[in-house]
Design a protein. Sequence first.
Length: 148
Amino acid sequence: MSFSDLAIATVTEAESANPIVDFNHLAEGILLPTAILLKIVIESIALLILALAIIKAVQKLLFHNGRKNREKKLNQVRLDLGTALALSLEFLLAADIAATAVSPSWDAVGKLAAITAIRTFLNFFLEKEVKQLAQKKLKNAQDRTTET
């Protein structure tokens, strides 16, 4: 047995005798499956929001009345879909954070940082477009009220 093997064995024995280390392993054993389950639930919510928004958008596009209000209808669909996409991205980001909350590795933290950056970038521009559509809708509504 070499000196390094003896040192590793001594450290391992010392760690197993430490109640704090034992409690830490027990807590991680409970929290890790809970975090994974929470991640799955949150991702399911995000997908449900997305699926319902897509169904609603397709339904509005298929059953709109004539060509008179086509642009108005398209803007409303884009506004609703954009809002749902932004909300879905927020849920997906929360799911990723929940998955890496319990004793993350540096690899997991790096992936979370990259995913967070991409989703934040997407969400920023999506919300910017949604705000522009909402302002346009509000301006059109104000113009209609001043005309009557």
